[in-house]
Write a protein that binds this ligand. Structure first.
Ligand SMILES: [Zn+2]
Length: 333
């Protein structure tokens, strides 16, 4: 069985020991959009032992330019990303165990999921910034190494955090570029694959027993610049997370009803009953399955999920989002 990995076994610093350790590893990937699906594919092909994948979205046509494992059929069937991805991964490597969570990762469920699944390493595949500070807190509290990765525009950042060095909170002021919103800057597929590859590279080092690189890695796939900053001097000696174990986000459960996402997209949060009351919403239903309902209204398109979340595409600003939210809320009450 191990022979299918012969080419990577021949790399001496990895070798059969690295392979066997990789085959015993359990990695949790949070977010399986562009970054996370590439990471999942590479790890499945390389023979990871187990993957736990978490995501709350369905596959859409606009994902396919950069999320290469998904296809038009997945979008046509309105499949949740974790459902589509699990099928693709099993066809790539049937010896990998895949466990999936079709849900939003929040302050209230993150610790329970980490405790239930107990992964060796967590890999970041998220596309918005705040959630990463939540992951940073939860992983520090439960002492789980994690690999931060972000891609916006042509710029990417990767940092493997094992809690020997500074945590993400310590580096808050050092990583401004990829903290920008991809709503403004878009994202090039080339930076996505590079960031995913660097995240997996950190995991390969971990599996091989040499540990994370201890570098904050940055790439710009338009300027074609690469940089690795040694992080040892960047530790915040008063860091609330890794010095004082103050987990502010974990202890303050909070969800906004309206949140701006990538592109002209907003996330609305309604009660879970919105899914069964969807017929009272204004607009034209286009597609529906047990996971999601898609409808159009005026110039926007909406996807309503079974837990009451709704992605709304084509909104121009916060005011318009607020007005539409109020209108929808009234109609499903
Ligand atoms: Zn810290």
């Amino acid at each position: 069985m191990i022979q299918r990995y012969e080419r990577q076994l021949r790399f001496p610093q990895f070798g059969e020991t690295g392979q066997r350790q990789l085959m015993a590893l359990h990695v949790m990937i949070v977010g399986v959009g562009a970054l996370g699906s590439h990471v999942a594919e590479m790890l499945a092909r390389m023979g990871i032992g187990k993957l736990t994948i978490i995501d709350m979205d369905i596959v859409e046509l606009s994902n396919l330019h950069r999320q290469t494992l998904y296809n038009e059929q997945d979008a046509e069937q309105v499949l949740p990303k974790v459902v589509a991805l699990e099928g693709h991964l099993q066809r790539i490597n049937s010896s990998v165990t895949v466990e999936s969570y079709d849900c939003e990762l929040t302050t209230t469920n993150i610790e329970g999921i980490l405790q239930d699944t107990n992964p060796h390493v967590v890999i970041d595949g998220m596309d918005h910034f705040r959630i990463r500070y939540l992951i940073n807190e939860a992983c520090h509290k439960h002492q789980i190494p994690w690999i931060y990765g972000a891609a916006v525009g042509s710029k990417g950042t990767v940092y493997g955090i094992d809690f020997q060095g500074p945590c993400l909170k310590c580096l808050l002021n050092t990583i401004p570029d990829t903290a920008e919103s991809c709503a403004v800057n878009g994202v090039l597929p080339t930076v996505v694959t590079q960031v995913a590859s660097l995240e997996v590279s950190e995991l390969v080092r971990y599996a091989a027993g040499v540990g994370f690189s201890g570098k904050l890695l940055t790439v710009d796939t338009f300027k074609l610049n690469h940089q690795g900053i040694n992080v040892t001097t960047l530790r915040d000696h008063n860091c609330p997370v890794c010095k004082n174990q103050q987990y502010e986000l974990l202890n303050k459960p909070m969800q906004q009803r309206i949140e701006a996402l990538c592109g002209n997209t907003y996330l609305f949060r309604f009660e879970a009953s919105a899914f069964k009351n969807a017929q009272y919403l204004p607009g034209q239903f286009i597609k529906a399955n047990p996971f999601a309902k898609i409808f159009s209204y005026d110039h926007v398109q909406c996807t309503l999920f079974q837990d009451g979340r709704m992605n709304v595409y084509g909104l121009s600003d916060d005011n318009e989002a607020q007005q539409l939210y109020s209108q929808f809320e009234k109609s499903i009450k």
